[in-house]
Ligand binder design. Structure first.
Ligand SMILES: Nc1ncnc2c1ncn2[C@@H]1O[C@H](COP(=O)(O)OP(=O)(O)OP(=O)(O)O)[C@@H](O)[C@H]1O
Ligand SMILES: [Mg+2]
Length: 244
């Protein structure tokens, strides 16, 4: 891996079936901690830990302009390396439309953030701990109105309630171009990490998306270049590609 780095579902429980693609192979940082890919995630972690030393962002949204650009894979691996560095980390799958985080960790999506927000479960009942210091809260019940749920007072209260318990809360979301969910979460999070697929994301889409995030007052921390060939640069500050 060269990451330059870097429906509504009707049933309450999403079962992991044999027909599901096995996504656990993308959890490089756990499977192959000595690989160059894992090293790239550790570089991302270093950038995150030391670029904002004075005012470290705690709740961080990962989003991208379009679908399939690596938001969930990046979110899961970043969570693992933060936990490996003794940071108490919570990953929350806020992509209710296509929840993926549980699959990357080989977990079942039995209960999740939606159940917590809707009052059906306590937070501690919903999360799982696939590795020490890393808690994972999957999507859970797919609400008919994801944007409304993310826009609710309950979601803001949830973010406030986990601030003391965790050093980092990583929020995986849908793509910006697909639905408004990510923009809604962006203004509630301390910062946004913008994931770009080096092999398919268009520069104009990046510029447009970052402008739209900044227009709503989101704090764009930087851009993660995913799936970059090994010779290319690992982590770019978004100024490098953000030209007005
Ligand atoms: N660093 C990587 N190395 C190799 N393959 C990758 C990498 N990142 C993503 N992929 C491939 O791209 C697919 C989509 O990744 P991922 O689910 O993280 O994207 P996403 O942006 O979260 O998608 P969605 O918009 O559907 O939420 C993965 O299943 C995997 O096949
Ligand atoms: Mg995803």
């Amino acid at each position: 891996m060269a990451f330059s780095f870097l429906r509504k579902r009707s049933s309450r429980v999403q079962k992991v079936t044999k027909t599901d693609n096995d996504l656990t192979k993308y959890l490089t940082t756990s499977l192959q901690p000595d690989s160059s890919g894992s090293e790239a995630y550790r570089s991302l972690r270093t950038n995150l830990l030391y670029s904002f030393a004075d005012d470290p962002p705690k709740s961080i949204l990962l989003t991208s302009p379009g679908p399939g650009e690596g938001k969930s894979v990046t979110c899961a691996n970043l969570g693992v390396v933060l936990a490996q560095a003794d940071k108490r980390t919570l990953i929350v799958d806020c992509d209710f439309r296509r929840p993926t985080i549980h699959k990357l960790f080989g977990l079942k999506n039995t209960w999740g953030i939606a159940d917590v927000l809707l009052g059906g479960r306590k937070l501690q009942e919903g999360w799982m701990e696939p590795t020490p210091r890393l808690k994972v809260l999957s999507g859970g019940y797919i609400p008919p109105n994801p944007a409304e749920l993310l826009n609710s007072r309950h979601f803001s209260e949830f973010l406030a309630s986990v601030r003391d318990e965790f050093d980092y809360v990583l929020l995986d979301s849908a793509a910006l171009a697909v639905v408004t969910d990510a923009a809604i979460v962006a203004v509630r999070a301390d910062g946004v990490l913008f994931v770009v697929d080096a092999q398919k994301t268009h520069k104009r889409a990046v510029q447009r998306s970052i402008r739209s995030l900044e227009a709503v007052g989101a704090n764009v921390l930087g851009v993660i270049m995913n799936r970059v060939r090994a010779t290319e640069q690992d982590f770019l500050h978004y100024d490098h590609i953000y030209t007005r």
